[in-house]
Design a protein around this ligand. Structure first.
Ligand SMILES: [Ca+2]
Length: 172
């Protein structure tokens, strides 16, 4: 039997079995926590980007709400764990010194799963940051020569930078 997904709520776009909400924000700074609260008020959460196809769908939907010629971002539901779940202890210096190891420190808050799909920015050498150690929240950037294509970056969870919106996902 074919499972027919329920229609998405108004303002949401469907992809697979999820519904997505895309919001650009300009003019005032929004924190990652505030963005998550906004998603939750829509019975959703910040998006978990788990496949290349899902990432491409998100890029396609962000393009029409991108303001040209500014550096613009959107919070997503990725966060860096403060401790290694394998040991319950803080990450070791060796784990923090290696970019591949650093990528394993991030997880999706909506599922609790460690990030598996690698959507990290590729045009810059050190993302997520190894030195200084990676910032705790994940967002997508576009509009600067080193951030071209809505890929993942590690970032502070509450910066004063105004042009950061958010993407929500609701499993249907
Ligand atoms: Ca997802």
């Amino acid at each position: 039997m074919v499972k027919v997904p329920k229609p998405c709520p108004q303002g949401f776009q469907q992809f697979g079995s999820s519904c997505y909400y895309f919001k650009s924000v300009g003019g005032s700074a929004l924190s990652w926590d505030q963005a998550r609260t906004k998603c939750r008020s829509l019975s959703a959460d910040l998006v978990s980007i788990e496949t290349k196809e899902e990432h491409e769908f998100i890029k396609k939907n962000l393009k029409p709400i991108t303001t040209p010629n500014i550096f613009q971002g959107w919070y997503v539901g990725g966060k860096r764990r403060t401790v290694d779940p394998a040991t319950g202890r803080p990450w070791t210096a060796a784990q923090n010194a290696n970019k591949a190891e650093m990528k394993k420190q991030y997880y999706w808050v909506a599922t609790g799963k460690t990030m598996a799909y690698d959507g990290w920015e590729k045009s810059k050498a050190d993302i997520p940051n190894v030195q200084p150690v990676g910032d705790p929240c994940v967002l997508l950037w576009v509009g600067r020569s080193d951030f071209l294509d809505y890929e993942f970056d590690d970032y502070v969870c509450a910066s004063n930078y105004p042009n950061i919106g958010y993407v929500c996902e609701k499993t249907n």
